[in-house]
Design a protein around this ligand. Structure first.
Ligand code: R2B
Ligand code: URA
Length: 293
């Protein structure tokens, strides 16, 4: 571990690198002064798409009273989009854990090399609800994998490695307190299941393959509900376990687009998708404002 870094990274091999090329961000430590460019970063907000992260960046400019053209700092790498709004980075992570994990490794190195102080990482996402009304915002407590285990499983050197998948209590408590009585949606604390697949892995009946029936699907969803799972998405176990392992404060806020007890297709709501997607962004804006104040 390099004691000079504000976020010590638990990989001693990094110390031996003369420079580090964050390949998928297209940023090289040889040519970029991390401290100068990113030293003021206090929040790293991540969500699936470039479009949503651009909307978040625009919204945060408004919330924080900042101006300026929003440029994608990682456009040249053609993978993830990253916008900077004052002390906030807004980055797209794509779909699923393999995609988000690459972004996360490189983002954590970036804020560590930039000597950022105690940055908070947030995922602002969409999900399928389990027994809650469409449009509810779920703040995640614990993340469960597809085996309904509160851990993240990864194959490393041919071995199964499992790490606890917990979000930071201070962060989820604070996120939850950002709900306001006049909100036209509910914000709840719940556990989240992260699946490795949108169709079979989430128990859907509408993928190209389906070898379970409606009754088995409902039993599985009820089992999830009994474990306190209130929504299903595709990143939470990896995100929570990686940040927990390093000691980075992290939290997740997702709106639900569908109630899986009612069906599989994401067409249940007459509330426009943009309105639903704005809800976690609103919560994120309030959280950041509160922490900066
Ligand atoms: C939620 O939505 C995406 C799949 O549609 C995935 O990234 C997730 O976690
Ligand atoms: N994202 C998911 O992963 N699942 C859903 O049901 C909706 C959004």
């Amino acid at each position: 571990m390099n004691p000079k870094l504000t976020i010590p990274l638990p990989n001693e091999h990094l110390e031996k690198l003369e420079s580090d090329f964050l390949y998928h961000l297209g940023i090289n430590s040889k040519t970029t002064n991390f401290e100068k460019e990113f030293g003021d970063v206090k929040f790293v907000c991540m969500g699936g798409t470039k479009n949503r992260m651009f909307e978040l960046a625009k919204y945060l400019q408004k919330v924080l009273g900042l101006r300026g053209e929003l440029v994608d700092l990682c456009e040249k790498a053609h993978r993830y989009a990253v916008f900077k709004v004052g002390p906030v980075l807004c980055a797209s992570h794509g779909i699923g854990m393999p995609s988000m994990s690459i972004l996360l490794h490189e983002m954590i190195k970036l804020v560590s090399y930039a000597k950022c102080k105690d940055p908070i990482f947030l995922r602002i996402g969409t999900s399928g609800g389990v027994g809650i009304p469409v449009g509810t915002v779920v703040v995640t407590k614990d993340a469960y994998n597809g085996y309904i285990r509160n851990e993240h499983e990864l194959a490393i050197l041919g071995e199964r490695v499992c790490r606890p998948a917990k979000f930071h209590e201070e962060v989820y408590t604070s996120l939850l307190s950002c709900a306001e009585p006049d909100d036209d949606f509910k914000t709840i604390l719940g556990n989240t299941m992260a699946a490795d697949d949108f169709y079979e892995g989430q128990g859907r009946l509408d993928g190209v393959i389906c070898e379970h029936n409606e009754q088995q699907k409902m039993e599985f969803l009820k089992k999830l509900h009994n474990h306190g799972v209130r929504n299903i998405e595709m990143e939470a176990t990896m995100f929570s376990s990686l940040t927990h392992h390093i000691g980075i404060k992290a939290g997740e806020i997702c709106v639900t687009l569908v109630d899986r007890l009612q069906g599989d297709q994401v067409t249940q709501s007459n509330i426009p998708k943009e309105v639903l997607e704005q809800r976690p962004l609103t919560m994120c804006g309030r959280f950041i404002k509160k922490h900066l104040d």
